[in-house]
Design a protein around this ligand. Structure first.
Ligand code: ATP
Ligand code: MG
Length: 431
């Protein structure tokens, strides 16, 4: 630990090193501590992946991943507060307070000479890797990584890089380039196509044309990925502040359908774009974001489609359709239970927000999901270009105190009863 203090990142100013951004000082001390300890035990250990890439691109990394030649069991021995996780892809999590650092053992990945496929590297009939736990050295490890920019190893102790695939150069050129033939690499793991898109928008890099072809050619293999893994990717791709851009890219490659159960008759529905833009804005403003809100919004046209009736909706059908719509999304991406009930609450509240007489508005306002439901109402209004002022009514109702609330409701009653009763939905969203 003393070593860390003795060797801060002063050297980063040296001209020969590409390390010169202020962000390098933001390297997690805990990560450095882990690397130090592993090296003290005579193992190799580096920062690798997203954190090195982001630092080179002058972006503050969101987490720090470590790669080492120590095997999971050996890592466990060195760090008391640690746990081996994963089966398909074993990793060790090391804990300190609220911090978690992921440590991966160097992997051989696909060893071309190996004719004996052991229990630790297994592929299915489509060529997809279903288990990848053959350990290797750093050269092996860099070859099994997805893109050159993600395969740069950095030792914060000696301040040196290992960059076998010109990753740093590609960061400079703002290019996403596959390690090996992407047609083959995307067969091994189809999720790499989603990753290429995500990094392109996040970093504002260009996707190499070979990768683009591979996405078109192999994108359909995403249909074989477990819904649990796709839910993880769903969150990474739509809740990272670039959701709208990612959505447009996914659409243009024809693979949005593997993450989202979009309503075909309404493929141009503005609610998709508006809800993603809303989530991106919340991300930028540092507000909380949840996959629940986004799913409620994105599945909304599907729900409405199922219960449209005579320029309005059939309420009974509305309630009966909710579970089915969610189930169809579950087939694509898992939706943890807590989010399903959240989504249904937001949907039901859309009905309640329409009734603005008597005691109902007070009840609606007290509902724990009111705020999310109100936000979604505003999104729906924007998407449908609706000018009826329902959102505005709720904005006013929230702002005022109880005495004024009463009069707002009374005005409402006089103005038009018809508005607050039978008819539901905005003209443009029902079409
Ligand atoms: P971020 O954390 O910003 O989303 P990242 O590149 O760190 O990006 P992780 O999922 O944290 O992404 O993975 C860490 C590293 O592991 C990657 O940079 C890459 O080298 C490797 N990696 C992750 N997923 C894959 C994959 N599906 N195929 C090949 N290599 C992968
Ligand atoms: Mg990472």
């Amino acid at each position: 630990i003393n070593l860390i203090i003795k060797k801060p990142f002063k050297k980063t100013k040296s001209s020969s090193s590409p390390v010169n951004s202020k962000d390098w000082e933001s390297i997690s001390p805990f990560a450095v501590e882990i690397i130090n300890k592993l090296q003290d035990h005579n193992y190799e250990a580096y920062l690798v992946g997203g954190c090195v890439r982001d630092l080179l691109a002058n972006i503050k990394p969101k987490d720090f991943d470590i790669a080492t030649n120590a095997e999971p069991k050996e890592i466990r021995k060195i760090f008391k507060a640690s746990r081996i996780i994963g089966k398909r892809f074993q990793l060790v999590h090391i804990y300190k307070g609220k911090q978690i650092i992921e440590v991966a053992t160097f992997r051989a990945g696909l060893n071309k000479n190996s004719t004996t496929i052991e229990n630790d590297l297994i592929k299915d009939d489509a060529g997809k890797i279903i288990r990848d736990n053959i350990w290797g050295n750093i050269e092996d490890d860099c070859n099994r990584r997805d893109f050159t920019i993600n395969a740069i190893y950095f030792c914060p102790i000696s301040n040196t890089f290992k960059d076998f695939h010109d990753g740093a150069q590609h960061v400079k050129e703002k290019k996403i380039i596959s390690i090996g033939d992407p047609l083959y690499r995307f067969e091994e793991d189809p999720v790499r196509s989603l990753r290429a898109i995500r990094f392109a928008t996040k970093l504002n890099f260009k996707i190499d044309s070979k990768i683009k072809e591979a996405i078109y050619e192999k994108g359909d293999l995403l249909g074989n990925i477990s819904n649990a893994r796709l839910f993880d990717e769903f969150c990474k791709i739509f809740l990272n502040g670039h959701g709208y851009e990612n959505y447009k890219k996914l659409q243009s490659f024809g693979i949005a359908k593997y993450l989202l159960n979009l309503e075909k008759n309404y493929s141009g529905n503005k609610v998709y774009g508006e809800s993603l833009k809303n989530t991106d804005k919340r991300y930028r403003d540092g507000k909380s974001i949840t996959p629940g809100f986004l799913l409620a919004a994105i599945l909304w046209p599907k729900l409405i489609e199922r219960c449209s009736f005579d320029n309005g909706i059939n309420i009974r059908k509305f309630f009966r359709s909710m579970d089915g719509v969610l189930r169809n999304q579950q087939k694509l991406t898992a939706v943890p239970r807590k989010f399903s009930s959240y989504i249904k609450d937001i949907w039901v509240l859309q009905l309640k927000l329409h009734s603005r007489i008597g005691s109902q508005p007070y009840k609606t306002l007290r509902h724990p999901r009111f705020r999310a439901a109100y936000d979604f109402l505003l999104v729906r209004e924007r998407a449908a270009n609706d000018k009826n002022g329902l959102g505005k009514w709720w904005t006013d109702f929230q702002k005022n105190d109880d005495s004024l609330r009463g009069s707002i409701i009374a005005q409402m009653k006089e103005k038009n009863d018809e508005e607050s009763s039978k008819k539901f939905g905005f003209y443009n969203e029902l079409r």
